[in-house]
Write a protein that binds this ligand. Structure first.
Ligand code: NAD
Length: 480
């Protein structure tokens, strides 16, 4: 079985203990590769390498850092098919989605920051004729980047690219559930000639390898994307050490549909925002609120289109929903469907595990599921399920829609469907979410800030804000 390796000091190496654990292909429910079971000793080696590399990398001219990052982006594009296949095999997502979204976005992340670094500027403030103040940004040092399993290479590079572009050196850990593309990425970094120690990738479990990254005294900043519960643990560890922290956490996003919407567009995009990547995108709209006069018509169209979705082998180009990422997650999603029934919900579409035949006979598949009849306060509508499960509720007024939308502890994303321009702006201003889409979903301009409100996170990624996160900022005041 293929053994993945850590990437430390420019080399692909075994974990210090020599221990590995199995990596499961969720479409088959079977192991297909082995992952380094790294711990504090591996993180220590990675951090030493990153510390040694920092002096040279942080003073490498921006244009030279840019050249090497662009080379890595080009290699990702060269290997698009191989990386998409690996992402699909590792995560369970349709290979067509990996090819269209995950891998191109990973390359785009790197290109964006490789070029952003060439156009950075600093603020200057003239204090009458008395002084000049200028703001200086210097790379913060060795940083830790920890990412989840739902969009593996996409989110891994979304952190690593600004860190490297800003001149930091990095110790990174992908999710233990989806390590394959991070491993392939490390091989591309070797091929591109990234200097030794600039990026180090340590594979392993969160509580062991991840925690060791957060605890390491020489790691000055942590950029984390994952669950809210994990974010709390990381904040509790990193806070007293006064590390810079960026936390991108869970969501329970509202999708608000007014009667004056473009109906066809609202339905077809809501199918995407509910079930893309098996509903395993933090930005999926898992709570759909529909104005009562449109409710019945929406339910009919939405369930008809849901029924037409193909749950199948991720390698089949016609598949809409592939496998759930892990057996534990499959059981979690199924338990929420049971909870919804106990809470009085009606499953109007789906609701069951899917048993496929052939190579996928023991894989983890769930029908896209639509639930009605629940209150906005029940657990099903308050807790993140992170699977192909949506609830639909009617509302009577704009005020009521806002109460429903803002009723969870989360505040990551929201979608609003209306042709009324004033209402669109009014509601967008009132919804407590870090990103709001009006008449679209998942449309991203990488220059815009990204991040959650409430328990969905702290800090902003994207644009120049992410470059700034990886720097220390100071004001220099020169008396004239
Ligand atoms: P998770 O929190 O279980 O794991 C995320 C990463 O943290 C993994 O690499 C894991 O190994 C590591 N980790 C776990 N415990 C750790 C610890 N004590 N110290 C350091 N690292 C630790 O999340 P997941 O299940 O992989 O991902 C799903 C979650 O991620 C969902 O809640 C989803 O909403 C969220 N998510 C958020 C965003 C966003 O941008 N806000 C994007 C994608 C996913």
């Amino acid at each position: 079985m293929q053994k993945l390796l850590n990437y430390i000091n420019g080399e692909l190496v075994n974990p210090v203990t020599g221990n590995f654990f199995e990596n499961i292909n969720p479409a088959e429910g079977k192991p297909y590769s082995l992952v380094p079971d790294s711990g504090a000793a591996d993180v220590a080696l990675a951090t030493e390498a990153a510390t040694r590399a920092f002096a040279a990398w942080s003073t490498t001219p921006a244009k030279n850092r840019s050249v090497i990052l662009l080379k890595i982006a080009a290699l990702i594009e060269r290997d698009l098919d191989q990386l998409a296949l690996a992402e699909s095999t590792d995560q369970g997502k349709p290979v067509a989605l990996a090819k269209a979204l995950d891998i191109p976005r990973a390359a785009a992340n790197i290109r964006f920051y490789a070029t952003a670094i060439l156009h950075e500027s600093a603020h200057t403030h003239f204090t009458d004729n008395d002084a000049i103040n200028y703001t200086q940004h210097t790379p913060v040092g060795v940083v830790g980047c920890i990412s989840p399993w739902n969009l593996p290479l996409y989110l891994f590079t979304w952190k690593i690219a600004p860190a490297l572009a800003a001149g930091c050196t990095v110790v990174a850990k992908p999710s233990e559930i989806t390590p394959m593309t991070a491993y392939l990425f490390s091989r591309l970094c070797v091929e591109a000639g990234l200097p030794a120690g600039v990026l180090n990738i340590v594979h392993g479990y969160g509580a062991k390898a991840g925690q060791a990254i957060v605890e390491h005294a020489e790691i000055k900043a942590i950029s984390f994307t994952g669950g809210t519960a994990t974010g709390k643990i990381i904040a509790a560890t990193a806070g007293p050490m006064f590390k810079k922290l960026s936390l991108e956490l869970g969501g329970k996003n509202p999708n608000i549909i007014f009667a004056d919407c473009d109906f066809e567009k609202a339905v077809s995009t809501s199918i995407q925002s509910s079930f893309a990547n098996q509903g395993e995108i933090c930005l999926c709209g898992s709570r759909i609120f529909v104005e009562r006069s449109l409710y019945q018509k929406f339910i009919e169209a939405f369930t008809t289109q849901t029924k037409a979705l193909v749950v199948g082998d991720p390698l089949n180009e016609k598949t809409n929903l592939g496998a759930i990422a892990s057996e534990a997650h499959l059981n979690k999603v199924l338990s929420y469907i049971e909870l919804a029934k106990k809470e009085g919900g009606t499953i109007i579409q789906g609701g069951k595990q899917v048993k496929l035949s052939g190579r996928c006979a023991t894989g983890y598949f769930i029908e896209p599921t639509v639930i009605t009849g629940l209150s906005h306060t029940c657990r099903t509508n308050q807790e993140e399920i992170f699977g192909p499960v949506v609830t639909i509720m009617p509302f009577d007024t704009e005020e009521e829609a806002l109460v429903y939308a803002n009723s969870t502890p989360y505040g990551l994303a929201a979608t609003i469907w209306t042709e009324n321009l004033k209402r669109a702006h009014r509601v967008a201003a009132e919804v407590k979410s870090g990103i709001i889409w009006v008449n679209c979903w998942l449309f991203r301009d990488l220059r815009t800030p990204f991040g959650g409100m409430k328990q969905s996170g702290v800090g902003r990624e994207g644009g120049f804000e992410a470059l700034r996160f990886f720097t220390d900022e100071k004001n220099v005041c020169v008396k004239l």
